[in-house]
Design a binder for this molecule. Structure first.
Ligand SMILES: CC(C)(COP(=O)(O)OP(=O)(O)OC[C@H]1O[C@@H](n2cnc3c(N)ncnc32)[C@H](O)[C@@H]1OP(=O)(O)O)[C@@H](O)C(=O)NCCC(=O)NCCS
Length: 275
C-alpha cells in the first residue's frame, strides 16, 4: 500500500499535466479506488488512542485524479440517459447489501454487509458500516464515514469533502440514529450511539450545549450515547439580537442503550445473509 500511496502522490504532484489519454496513470488510480470500493482502505478513521480523526489524504487525491483521468460517458436505462465520469457500484448480492430501486452508490464507496439502501445516494469515498440503514432520500457525501448499525433517516444530508484534500470528512459512530432531514456537514462528528432529533444542523461552527449544565461541550461534535436536538440561542450583534442555531444535549444514555424512539425493527433489516 505504501508503494501505491507514493505513486498516487507522484501523480498528484503533476496532476495538471494528466488527462484521459494517460492510461498508465489511470491504472494506478483504479487500484486505489478499487481498495476503497472493497473496504480494504478508508479515507479517514478515528485514532483509537487520541480519539482524533486521521485523514488519509492520498486516497482523497486518488479520487480527484480519477475525475481528471476519466472521460464522460453516456449510459442509458430505458428512457433515462446519464452522462458521468464514474461508474456505479456492482455486485450487491454477493456483498450482502440490499439496494432498493432508485438508490445509487458510486464505485469507490464501500457498503459493508447487511447495509440497506432505500432510494438514496452514496458518493465515492464514503464508507457505510455493517447493517446500517440509509433511508429514503438520504445522501451520504463523498468520503463520509458512517458506522455500523446506524440509521440515517429519510432525507438526511451527510456532507461530503473532496476539497481541500486534508479536510476531515463527517464521521458518524456505530449505533447512532440521525433523525429525518438532519444536515451533518463539514467534518462534523456524531458519537457512537448518539440520537439526533429531526432537522438538526450540525457543523464545526455550531456549539453543542449540555441542557443540564449549560456548558458548551464543543462545536460540531455530539457526544457518544446522548440525545441531542437542534435549538437556538440568543446572540447580540452590533445590528441587534438574533437567534443562532445550536445543538442541545437533552440527555445521556447508558452505553449500549437505545432510546425508545430509536429502536430498530429486525424484520426490515433481515437480509438472509450472515453479517
Ligand atoms: C430526538 C428524540 C429521540 C427525542 O425524543 P423524546 O422522547 O421527545 O426525548 P426525551 O424524552 O428525551 O425528551 C426530553 C424533552 O425534550 C423535548 N424535546 C425532545 N425533542 C425535541 C425537539 N426536537 N424540539 C423541542 N423539544 C424537544 C421533549 O418534549 C421533552 O420535553 P419535556 O421534558 O418537557 O416533556 C426523538 O424525537 C427522535 O427519535 N427523533 C428522530 C425521529 C426520526 O427522525 N425518525 C425517523 C424515522 S425514518
Amino acid at each position: 500500500m505504501a508503494d501505491l500511496q507514493s505513486q498516487i502522490e507522484e501523480l498528484w504532484a503533476r496532476a495538471g499535466e494528466l488527462g484521459p489519454s494517460d492510461v498508465d496513470a489511470l491504472e494506478v488510480v483504479n487500484q486505489a479506488i478499487e481498495m476503497l470500493d472493497k473496504g480494504e482502505a478508508r479515507v479517514a478513521e478515528i485514532d483509537a488512542e487520541t480519539g482524533e480523526v486521521v485523514v488519509h489524504s492520498w486516497l482523497k487525491t486518488a479520487i480527484l485524479l480519477l475525475f481528471r483521468l476519466r472521460s464522460i460517458a453516456t449510459t442509458e436505462l430505458g428512457q433515462f440517459e446519464y452522462a458521468d465520469k464514474l461508474p456505479l457500484k456492482r455486485g450487491y448480492q454477493e456483498a450482502g447489501v440490499r439496494v432498493v430501486p432508485g438508490a445509487s452508490a458510486r464505485w469507490g464507496s464501500f457498503l459493508d454487509r447487511g447495509v440497506i439502501l432505500m432510494p438514496s445516494y452514496v458518493n465515492i469515498g464514503a464508507r457505510v458500516g455493517a447493517e446500517t440503514m440509509v433511508d429514503t432520500w438520504a445522501t451520504v457525501g463523498s468520503c463520509a464515514q458512517i458506522g455500523a448499525r446506524v440509521h440515517l433517516s429519510g432525507g438526511v444530508g451527510i456532507g461530503g469533502v473532496l476539497e481541500p484534500p486534508n479536510a476531515a470528512p463527517v464521521m458518524v459512530g456505530d449505533d447512532a440514529m440521525i433523525g429525518s432531514r438532519c444536515m451533518v456537514t463539514q467534518g462534523a462528528r456524531v458519537g457512537e450511539g448518539a440520537v439526533l432529533g429531526e432537522g438538526t444542523i450540525l457543523n464545526p461552527s455550531i456549539p453543542v450545549i449540555d441542557a443540564e449544565t449549560g456548558e458548551e461541550l464543543g462545536r460540531g461534535s455530539v457526544p457518544a450515547w446522548s440525545v441531542a436536538v437542534g435549538a437556538s440561542r440568543r446572540r447580540e450583534f452590533p445590528g441587534g439580537e438574533f437567534f443562532m442555531p445550536c445543538v442541545l444535549v437533552l440527555k445521556r444514555l447508558d452505553p449500549g442503550q437505545r432510546h425508545d424512539k430509536a429502536q430498530l425493527e429486525a424484520v426490515l433489516r433481515e437480509q438472509q445473509v450472515s453479517t
